[in-house]
Design a protein around this ligand. Sequence first.
Ligand code: AMP
Ligand code: GLY
Length: 431
Amino acid sequence: MKILLVGSGGREHALAWLLAQSPSCRALYCAPGNAGIESCAEIVDIAAEDVDALVAYAKNNEINLVVVGPEAPLVKGLADALAAENILVFGPSAAAAQLEGSKGFMKDLCKKYNIPTAGYERFSDLEAAKAYIMQQTPPVVVKADGLAAGKGVIIAQNHDEAIEAAAEMLSGSSFGDAGAQIVIEEFLDGEELSYFALADGKTMLPLTSAQDHKRAFDGDEGPNTGGMGAYSPAHMMTPELEQKILSQIIEPTIDAMAKEGCPFTGVLFAGLMVVDGQPKLIEYNVRFGDPECQTLMVRFKGDLAAVLRACASGTLSEMDGQVGWSEEPSMCVVMATKGYPGSYPKNTPIKGIAATFDVQHLTVFHAGTAKDENGALVSTGGRVLGITATGKDLREAKGKCYRAVGLIDWPDGFCRSDIGWRALKAADEAA
Ligand code: AMP
Ligand code: GLY
């Protein structure tokens, strides 16, 4: 197959790295890519959200499969536009992408089909929202309905804070149109994990779990980010918990989406809270997580290109038994530009990546990099590198990641030093 991958982050570099190694992939292209993706795909200079240009490119270049990394082009209808031209696409239709694009849609689906999630109500009127907030026991969770770049969730510690958040969202001052509707929900107290499954509209293929680290600084302090590091599998995952996630959450969702007339194809990423051993759905994403994807790809065993094509063509049942996972756990430590998730400088020089090549089973995935006019590597984003390794246990994987961090010469970068701390603490306690 000739495959076009859409996106430019660390997730896409990990996908490109594995697709390029897939027996079913003959040629790989990536739009718009980054300086790391260059080493495994031909770069195409089209923005990830330029739906018309991507469709035209796929048509004119006889692309057999388009793999969409980020959510924004999916919510904009990229998969629908490609399907209209009979081009296979890995990623959901705009209607199915509402699972991520509208929190209210996701919550209403859960209510209708008895999928465990936090209790909630939807509002577009401030007075009604205020009355509901006053009936809740804090903390109260206030969410903008639409996409808000991962920032649309406020966990309010008291009623005043919740009302203020609701007022700001509904007035449009905090998230524009994404906040014109809000969801107010119950606070779930537990430990979070991410679970991933593929679907072709009717059939589901379970993948595996990971745990992200959303706060910027050690000890889960500081502002929320897109994710500062992850490891896979999540330490609290057991066969029993996985069974509950699949039978109570993922499978009913795939069935519900088909019944609602918007069958889900692509990867379903469930953000879950485990409360007393019971998984509850916090949110759905309709794409791989970043940096969770990096930790999944280095453990994946199989022909990724063939599996993603099966999702796109409705033949996932044929892939039964074709996907395996390394027994070795993996970790990804994100290096970000100092200042992230606030404002940060761009075009800062990064050296020393070649020195990491000696570290066994370690890959440096690029997330926000480019080459300057002299061909030297520079940063172009907040999250810039994803240092990813497997090891015989998580401690060994972590050791490799931080050895590589020490070899990278990037004065403007920082990372957390405690990725995987919950799993390592649990392992110490069990020992
Ligand atoms: P989201 O943007 O939906 O991923 O939410 C961001 C983060 O807010 C999640 O990763 C959770 O840590 C937290 N969160 C969201 N909803 C809830 C909830 N109902 N209870 C507790 N924490 C939540
Ligand atoms: N790392 C969380 C996400 O991709 O949404």
